[in-house]
Design a protein around this ligand. Structure first.
Ligand code: CO8
Length: 258
């Protein structure tokens, strides 16, 4: 499918999805979110894709939801059309891992989109923020919920109430991002991480994603039981036999996703 607001490239089992509205610093509008959710659905169906990297430009991962698109809307408009309701649900339902590679601004909906991914690799130029308060509104895609779970109440309140930006170093220290890399290496580092994931058993990879995400939904006791049962179930796979045999035979495992 031809897209206008994103670019999708598939190579070596990794899909690189690049947000591409440079004139608006990749601000999220209806078209971009629809194209993104369609592309991710295609990646989910495509057997050649084993991991996904979502990125933006050097200047901006995404500077938020499109303010120009929203400015004239009323409550009735946004409530009736359920503005930005369905697409995030679609992104959440992708079972293959999605790495956000964030350089420059990740603000408002941009920060929230990055948090919908499975983990964030940040360039040293990255700036995260929930500045919706400056527009007389508030976060609407996870900035008051996911961010609070990721970095804790105090910092989430600070960011959402003052609208201040957090640089990459603080974001790593606070647990928002998994690692910080030089801006020039951002794409390569994210693709290398994705390639490494693509080499694993995809059954185990999906099990990991489901299990870690579960930890945000259920109490610890339930989560631990879920984890243990999923761990047990992986013993029904050929990949478990192959992985453990390969270790004992001191060779690389050849996973077949079975
Ligand atoms: N929406 C639309 N256009 C934007 C946005 C945006 N969020 N951000 C930047 N742009 C546009 C600018 O208008 C400008 O376009 P033009 O040249 O036509 O005037 C172009 O991108 C370049 O931007 P700047 O000239 O402002 O670039 P600077 O380098 O001076 O500043 C900033 C960069 C700091 C990123 C600045 O652009 C900025 O503050 N942007 C807005 C950030 C923001 O407030 N984001 C939050 C938006 S609201 C939101 O995300 C809510 C999400 C939840 C929705 C949930 C619904 C259920």
């Amino acid at each position: 499918m031809a897209y206008e607001t994103i670019i999708v490239e598939v190579e070596d089992h990794v899909a690189l999805v690049t947000l591409n509205r440079p004139d608006a610093l990749n601000a999220l509008n209806d078209q971009l979110l629809k194209e993104l959710s369609t592309a991710l659905r295609e990646c989910q169906k495509n057997d050649k894709v084993r991991c996904i990297v979502l990125t933006g430009s050097d200047k901006a991962f995404a500077a938020g939801a499109d303010i120009k698109m929203m400015s004239e809307k009323s409550f009735v408009d946004v409530f009736s059309e359920d503005l930005f309701g369905p697409e995030p649900d679609m992104i959440q339902s992708v079972r293959k891992p999605i790495i956000a590679a964030v350089g420059g601004y990740a603000l408002g909906g941009g920060c929230e989109l990055a948090m919908m991914c499975d983990f964030i690799i940040a360039a040293d130029t990255a700036k995260f923020g929930q500045p919706e308060i400056n527009l007389g509104v508030m976060a609407g895609l996870g900035g008051s919920q996911r961010l609070t779970r990721f970095i804790g109440k105090s910092k989430a309140m600070d960011m959402n109430l003052t609208g201040r930006f957090m640089d990459a170093e603080e974001a790593e220290r606070s647990g928002l991002v998994s690692r910080v890399v030089p801006a020039k290496k951002l794409k390569d580092e994210a693709l290398a991480a994705a390639t490494k994931i693509a080499e694993k058993s995809q059954i185990a990879v999906m099990a990991v994603k489901e299990s870690v995400n579960r930890s945000y939904e259920v109490p610890l006791r339930e989560g631990l039981l879920f984890e243990r049962r999923v761990f047990h179930s992986l013993f029904a796979t050929e990949d478990q036999k192959e992985g453990m045999s390969a270790f004992m035979e001191k060779r690389e495992a050849q996973f077949r996703d079975k």
